[in-house]
Design a protein. Structure first.
Length: 95
């Protein structure tokens, strides 16, 4: 078995972010619930030049969650945190 890039906590966070961005709908499962975090993990292991960006993104999401971890937030709060971080990233790209 190949060693994972992300630890269990990071995989759980990535899974939930995927579930929030692509939720279950019309009989289709949420993105994270089908194991896509493991696919991202494998993809990034082969692309060392970009995997640090994912670590930074996950860290930014946790920091934006404030005093309660992202995974302990309710679904509405999670969406707001993600909107905030996507907005911040968008602004940084324009500068």
């Amino acid at each position: 078995m190949t060693e994972r890039l992300f630890n269990a906590q990071q995989l759980a966070l990535l899974t939930e972010v995927q579930n929030q961005l692509i939720p279950a709908e019309d009989g289709m499962p949420a993105a994270g619930s089908v194991g896509s975090a493991s696919i991202v993990d494998e993809f990034l292991r082969e692309r060392e030049e970009i995997h640090e960006l994912m670590f930074l993104a996950l860290d930014a999401i946790e920091k934006a969650a404030g005093d309660a971890p992202f995974l302990q937030r309710n679904p509405e709060e999670r969406i707001e945190i993600l909107k905030l971080e996507i907005g911040r990233a968008s602004c940084r790209e324009r500068v």
